[in-house]
Design a binder for this molecule. Structure first.
Ligand SMILES: [Zn+2]
Length: 152
């Protein structure tokens, strides 16, 4: 059964997608250093599909896990990152960029820890480790993408 969805999928402008991917880039490259106790496959995580939530959205982000049935064709590296995709609220990048950075890290942590962990103790232990870097990442994303304002 299919759920009826009246809202269109959000692709976002080039600039918005650049912002999303830059946030993810800056988060992923810090993961191993931030979480030395966890097994982190950064090479595979760099291949996780990224996108935006349909609008209006209540959530800030979502991480969905890959369908593991062997009959389903997977994308490259899915066998390693086991993630279907990570979606971010597009408006959150404008409303509160630091919060969007926190959310992307939150969702990648879900990808790393798996669905059984949920928001469990290990998750909570690791979630805030991105905090000291949020401002730096937000500033970099804004500075890098500011010249793209005319393209949309
Ligand atoms: Zn969560």
């Amino acid at each position: 059964m299919r759920t009826r969805v009246d809202r269109p999928r959000i692709i976002g402008t080039l600039k918005e997608r650049l912002m999303l991917h830059l946030i993810a880039f800056e988060v992923i490259k810090r993961l191993e250093e931030l979480h030395p106790e966890l097994e982190i496959d950064s090479e595979a995580l760099a291949h996780v599909r990224l996108g935006f939530l349909r609008e209006p959205c209540r959530k800030l982000g979502v991480c969905s896990y890959a369908d593991q049935r062997p009959s389903r064709p997977a994308t490259e590296f899915t066998d390693r990152h086991k993630t279907h995709r990570i979606l971010l609220s597009r408006v959150s990048m404008y409303d509160d960029l630091p919060d969007a950075v926190f959310t992307i890290h939150h969702e990648f942590l879900h990808a790393i820890l798996g669905s059984d962990e949920g928001h469990g103790r290990t998750f909570q232990e690791h979630e805030d480790r991105i905090n000291p870097y949020i401002k730096q990442i937000s500033t970099l994303v804004l500075e890098t993408t500011s010249s793209f304002q005319s393209i949309h």
